[in-house]
Write a protein that binds this ligand. Structure first.
Ligand code: 1WB
Ligand code: MN
Length: 387
């Protein structure tokens, strides 16, 4: 068994024991580069998921109640795995892997730090895992967003050089969301916000959410738009063949969300809003020439936008590499939208740390480019202290 599958197969408890053993042996947390070799690459991973038991319980309750949301498929797999009798014969390797997600999401301590140390990952920029609190009733959502933010900020306070965090909020109650966003930045000193695409099948260009966009702009803190499964209105063709999640549905949903923000003109209303997209920009860099061709002001699809899509990208967007470890796509993104807007991410625990680390360490980049993507841009955009 190679190191990667050993780590992947390791239970959270075993990982904890390993970290404890390391700590008592006085092993330094971040392994140095080979003697006389190049300086170790500082790595800030920017889309790293966690949960807390209370949110996991509320998701289980949501799964139990059922409904139309396409997210329920993945939630069922991750939060209500089949009884251990069936677990011996998993339907696919994905199901077996899904069973590993929950313990890793819940571990904000030894097991997570051990994996970071093993691969030389300096910082996890944490966020409450998809779909956050966005499937809950408004009151539950408000309460659980606060609780998750409190827990996350305790973890960050304990390990300020290893963790930073993006705050959750409940878009179901925009006024409460704004309060929580203010608390997250002013009191908890968090690094921005993360929202999981649509809420109740509505997108952030809807006027009911404008107070949230206004608050993010006023607080000058980035809003990460993370995927969730396509909303009810677009879900149909994604229901077969497990297409709803990270394979394709997540990207289509969130890319569509970003195009709505551009074409609705909402970014003209909030011109200093800073948005972050994962997964190499959810295909936008690839489509940008055509988006400009079709939707530059005066063109056929431009109804409300004052700027070209590429001008919004240059002014309002940054992207991360989460879960898309293709050096050709990284090159395209850097050349198309600018080195200063591309950041590295793992997508822990959904994507193995080993692959994401070897990707950023070996991608054909100049060393200044590598440093900008691996940590420099994240330090600037999320206001994370440089080492
Ligand atoms: C997966 C990825 C599942 C993410 C998730 O469930 C989230 C997956 C909430 O790869 O199966 C994610 O955040 O990328
Ligand atoms: Mn993710």
């Amino acid at each position: 068994m190679d190191r990667r599958s050993a780590i992947l197969g390791m239970s959270a408890i075993a990982a904890t024991a390993l970290a404890d053993a390391r700590e008592s042996a006085g092993v330094s947390p971040a392994p140095p580069g080979p003697a006389g070799g190049p300086r170790r690459l500082r790595k800030i991973a920017t889309e790293e998921a966690f949960t807390i038991p209370e949110v996991a319980d509320a998701i289980r309750e949501t799964v139990r109640r059922g409904g139309t949301s396409l997210d329920l498929k993945l939630m069922t797999l991750i939060y209500t795995p089949p009884a251990s009798a069936d677990a011996a014969a998993p339907a696919s390797s994905r199901d077996a892997l899904a069973r590993m997600f929950l313990p890793r999401l819940l571990d904000l301590d030894a097991g997570r730090l051990a994996e970071m140390d093993d691969y030389g990952v300096d910082v996890h920029l944490l966020s409450l895992t998809a779909p956050g609190v966005q499937m809950f009733g408004a009151d539950t959502a408000v309460e659980l967003a606060r609780l998750a933010n409190d827990r996350m900020s305790e973890v960050i306070r304990r390990r300020p050089t290893r963790f930073a965090g993006l705050a959750a909020f409940a878009p179901q109650d925009p006024a409460a969301a704004v309060k929580e966003m203010e608390r997250a930045i002013r009191t908890l000193k968090l690094n921005g916000f993360l929202v999981n695409s649509h809420t109740d099948n509505l997108y952030l260009d809807d006027p009911r959410f404008w107070p949230i966009l206004e608050a993010a702009e006023a607080l000058d803190a980035p809003l990460y738009i993370h995927p969730r499964a396509p909303s009810d209105g677009m879900a149909g063709p994604f229901r077969d063949y497990r297409m709803e999640g990270s394979i394709w549905g997540y990207g289509m949903e969130t890319g569509t969300h970003a195009v709505r923000l551009m074409l609705s003109g909402v970014l003209d209303r909030f011109p200093r809003l800073r948005i972050v997209l994962g997964h190499m920009g959810e295909a936008l860099p690839f489509w940008l020439w055509r988006l400009d061709y079709m939707a530059s002001p005066g063109s056929r699809a431009a109804l409300k936008n004052a700027l070209k899509p590429s001008e919004y990208v240059q002014r309002n967007f940054a992207i991360t590499t989460s879960g898309l470890e293709d050096p050709l796509v990284l090159r395209l993104c850097i050349d198309k939208i600018g080195l200063e807007r591309v950041m590295w991410a793992i997508d822990y625990p959904y994507q193995p740390t080993a692959g994401a680390v070897s990707f950023i360490e070996s991608a054909p980049l100049s060393e200044p480019e590598r440093a900008a993507v691996a940590h420099g841009n994240a330090e600037r955009i999320f206001r994370i202290a440089a080492a």
